[in-house]
Design a protein around this ligand. Structure first.
Ligand code: HEM
Length: 208
């Protein structure tokens, strides 16, 4: 398998096969070990583990939200279709990363409930985002998908989760890249909407 197969044919080979194990067990457990080590033995370490888990959670969340519009807008790059079918596994990993980030930073910054619920502070935005992700995480399984009448509507809450997460991260880092990402995301959604509504015969949104 070469790069061409991956990008244009969307062949992800063994990565697809091992993704559930990696996302549900290996990566979260390794990171949990890192955070636990920081909490009990090396508190300084928590700044790193909290930072990287938070950053990767944000990157993944942004990627998950953008991959479907990208699959619609760039149908020749089948890699986006392939990643589109991995949103469940990536979403669960995003939740674990966000949870570990909040636990890590909770101890690193010696946070109290008053800090988390302070409307003047940035932390509350992250907390709301995590809170919204919780029911999405709990219902990211075939059983809930079959049983819940409003599963799709519930999972649209991911848009709200990403907005709160971006405000949290944008304010925490003051980095312009997060605001650019918001603009790119809005542009992609508009493009996706336009394409789906003008090419309804050629694109079946349910297939993505
Ligand atoms: C209960 C939930 C959360 C808590 C308690 C929390 C706590 C914090 C704290 C204390 C900071 C550092 C602020 C500063 O430097 O002044 C921070 C930064 C950050 N948070 Fe959160 N957060 C939460 C949720 C989230 C979520 C859901 C995400 C991503 C999806 C996230 C991603 C980040 C990132 C990327 C940073 C910046 C890290 C860096 O580059 O320094 N956080 N968070």
């Amino acid at each position: 398998m070469n790069l061409n197969d991956i990008i244009f044919q969307g062949r992800t080979g063994k990565f697809r096969k091992y993704l559930p194990t990696l996302s549900y067990y290996i990566i979260p457990l390794l990171l949990l070990g890192w955070i636990t080590y920081g909490i009990f033995f090396n508190p300084i370490n928590l700044y790193d583990s909290g930072k990287y888990t938070g950053q990767w959670s944000m990157y993944l969340l942004a990627f998950i939200m953008m991959v479907r519009p990208l699959a619609v807008l760039l149908p020749k790059l089948k890699i986006f279709f392939a990643f589109s079918s991995m949103r469940k596994e990536l979403g669960i990993l995003t939740f674990y990363l966000a949870l570990l980030h909040s636990i890590g930073y909770f101890f690193a910054f010696d946070l109290t409930p008053a800090d988390i619920f302070n409307p003047q502070d940035i932390i509350v935005y992250g907390f709301i985002s995590l809170l919204i992700m919780l029911p999405l995480y709990l219902t990211s399984n075939t059983f809930s998908f079959r049983k819940l009448k409003y599963w799709k509507q519930l999972h649209r809450l991911a848009y709200i989760a990403v907005i709160f997460a971006l405000i949290h991260v944008g304010k925490a880092t003051g980095d312009i890249i997060w605001y650019i990402l918001v603009a790119v995301f809005i542009a992609l959604k508009i493009g996706e909407f336009y394409k789906l509504h003008t090419n309804q015969k050629t694109i079946n949104p349910k297939s993505i």
